[in-house]
Design a protein. Structure first.
Length: 407
């Protein structure tokens, strides 16, 4: 029992306001917090003002596991490529125009990478946002006067590649941390997402009074010159980005990254999505030294980032009126929502600090904004003490919020 009690005492000291810190220059105050933390020797910190100029740092250029702070780069790239108002469609396509309410031959349910595509019951229980459902798709088909489809329902996931995970993921990450990635997935299905989606649509069509054949996984993609019978679309990308960022949803982050790649290249792959992230870094003038993005969610143990690069990325994106407000909206707010709802509920950071958390067994991260300050705090060692890491991160965030006028 002695170690937990000692640790709690250390954390209490770390979190307690330090009257002397008000008189110290900000760089010295940050260094002092790191020095007295039990995980300080494993921490990297970078703080920048609104212009991107460094104002404080401790080992800022050391490459570390970013964990879910990788989502910051993913969200910025996705917003840049798809736009905040972009939507991900799920379409029903036929080989020819319907005649007299009858569709001759097969139809294809074509996935566009929407992570929220659902059956109605799942959507109502799981999503706090508008989520497109198979019932909406079927009702739109019925409203168009379709009464019969003579062929099959083919689930078409060809918009993405067939890789269901990402490099550097542990085997158990699917389905524990993310369902398998597929351009056509329904209800976050842990198995056979494309077939499950096709079968769900078939049942919805029957409920809507539309006769149809069996469901299967498509053997060929939907015909390029086919007729679109109906479509449903996701909530705007800026809303999906909030699921990926505020709530740190791994599946949404990975699906968005592949969807952005498909928009540019025609086929969604993680590698092509990561290339878009690198392009954005170059466009924003963020040096890639120490940065090795591998996936969209931060689950990969092959990802590397530096506190210096993440803080600069945040500063540069914040300076972009097209991206900045939407990236901030995608971050959790201290003491208010998302993964920070239970942290920094009091003090100057409460309701002011917007940041992305990150947690793996070997890493703990917090990067975001305190007023005009952008900051990144990365901790990495074998089996990180998350309580100690959070205490350090929160103490620095509180300090920056208290002295945000210096940014």
């Amino acid at each position: 029992m002695r170690r937990p009690l000692i640790l709690l005492a250390v954390l209490a000291v770390l979190l307690a306001p330090d009257p002397a810190s008000a008189a110290r220059p900000l760089p010295e105050a940050v260094r002092a917090l790191v020095a007295k933390s039990p995980v300080g020797d494993a921490a990297s910190v970078s703080v920048r003002d609104g212009s991107g100029t460094v104002i404080a740092g401790v080992r800022p250029a050391v490459p570390r596991l970013p964990a879910s702070n990788q989502k910051i780069l993913t969200i910025a790239a996705v917003l840049d490529v798809l736009g905040p108002d972009g939507r991900l469609p799920t379409r029903l396509v036929a080989g020819s125009e319907p005649v007299g309410g009858v569709v001759r031959g097969d139809v294809w349910l074509v996935g566009g990478g929407d992570p929220t595509f659902s059956t109605s019951g799942f959507a109502d229980a799981h999503w706090g946002i508008y989520a497109p459902t198979v019932d909406r798709l079927a009702s739109r088909l019925a409203a168009a006067g379709i009464t019969r489809i003579t062929g099959r329902v083919n689930g078409d996931a060809s918009r993405f590649d067939a890789v269901v995970g990402a490099p550097g993921w542990k085997p158990g990450f699917i389905p524990q941390q993310s369902p398998p990635l597929s351009a056509l997935s329904i209800d976050r299905s842990p198995t056979r997402p494309t077939l499950r989606a096709a079968r769900a649509l078939r049942r919805a069509l029957v409920r809507a009074g539309i006769g149809v054949g069996p469901a299967r996984v498509a053997r060929t993609a939907a015909p390029a010159d086919g007729t679109e019978l109906a479509r449903v679309e996701s909530a705007p990308v800026e809303v999906l980005a909030q699921l990926a960022g505020r709530d740190s949803d791994n599946f949404t982050a990975e699906m968005l990254l592949k969807a952005a790649a498909a928009e540019v290249t025609g086929r969604g792959t993680t590698a092509a999505g990561v290339a878009l992230e690198r392009d954005l870094l170059a466009d924003l003038g963020v040096p890639r030294r120490g940065l090795t993005p591998v996936d969209g969610s931060g689950l990969s143990y092959a990802n590397r980032a530096t506190a210096a690069a993440l803080s600069l990325l945040l500063a540069r994106v914040d300076d972009d009126p097209e991206l900045g407000p939407h990236l901030r909206d995608a971050l959790a707010t201290a003491g208010v929502n998302g993964t920070l709802a239970g942290r920094m509920r009091t003090g100057p950071a409460a309701g002011r600090v917007q940041a992305k958390t990150g947690t793996l067994n070997d890493a703990s991260a917090l990067s975001g904004y305190a007023g005009d300050c952008s900051f990144s705090i990365l901790v990495q060692r074998t089996w990180v003490d998350q309580a100690a890491a959070h205490a350090l991160q929160d103490a620095i965030a509180q300090l920056l919020a208290r002295r945000r006028a210096e940014c």
